[in-house]
Write a new protein. Structure first.
Length: 215
């Protein structure tokens, strides 16, 4: 169980995957939603970083989530099957708690491209959900994910090399910063629409973790 802490520093088929040229497709991903209170707290921390949006495109609170699996362009015909799969998988897990803490970057501090907050707490359950999703998706014809799953909350995408020094200092300063903890109660399926001001996410379905708690 995750202990309560105050914020602050601390010691289908492959055709479904892409679709025929004349088929309607959507950019699809699975995610774990976070409560508004936590994402607002994260947004407030970001606002104190002092790095302008011209150098880093910072995520808004309403767009923050933990990506479980990004599928890219998927045929609309495959979406009902994805919903069925997510619902069946979610029913085999019981709710649990995670924490959001610690600042980091991908791929490294010398060439940062993505800025994130780390995820702690019951990360093993997140990994188990991702493993179950990946196995079901491969059975539906989607290619396997090449990168190992690493739970994180993406909060920014670097647009300018001028931000490197500032980001490196922030990583050192906020490496152990604690944002808060949150319950994980469902898996969500989202559509992502690209926009010059940042992606727009539309929830297509949510699937409750239904397995009964141990007596």
């Amino acid at each position: 169980m995750v202990s309560k802490m105050r914020p602050g520093f601390k010691d289908e088929s492959l055709a479904g995957a892409g679709g025929a040229p004349d088929e309607q497709t959507r950019r699809i991903f699975f995610a774990i939603d976070l409560p508004d209170e936590l994402t607002t707290r994260a947004e407030n921390v970001i606002s104190g970083f002092g790095v302008p949006s011209g150098q880093v495109r910072w995520a808004r609170a309403g767009n923050m989530h933990i990506t479980m699996r990004f599928l890219g362009d998927v045929s609309e015909k495959a979406i009902p099957g994805l919903c069925d799969a997510a619902g069946q998988i979610a029913a085999t897990f019981r709710p649990f708690r995670i924490t959001v803490e610690g600042l980091g970057v991908f791929p490294n501090q010398e060439r940062p491209r993505v800025v994130w907050f780390g995820v702690g707490g019951d990360v093993e359950n997140l990994k188990n959900i991702e493993t179950a999703l990946s196995a079901r998706l491969e059975g539906m014809g989607f290619p396997p994910e090449e990168r190992a799953f690493s739970a994180h909350l993406t909060i920014g995408r670097v647009k300018s090399d001028n931000a490197r020094g500032k980001i490196a200092r922030l990583v050192r300063q906020y490496r152990r910063y604690y944002i808060g903890d949150a319950p994980v109660t469902e898996i969500a399926l989202y559509e992502s629409k690209l926009n010059p001001q940042g992606s727009i996410y539309t929830k297509l379905g949510s699937f409750k973790l239904l397995k009964a708690a141990k007596p």
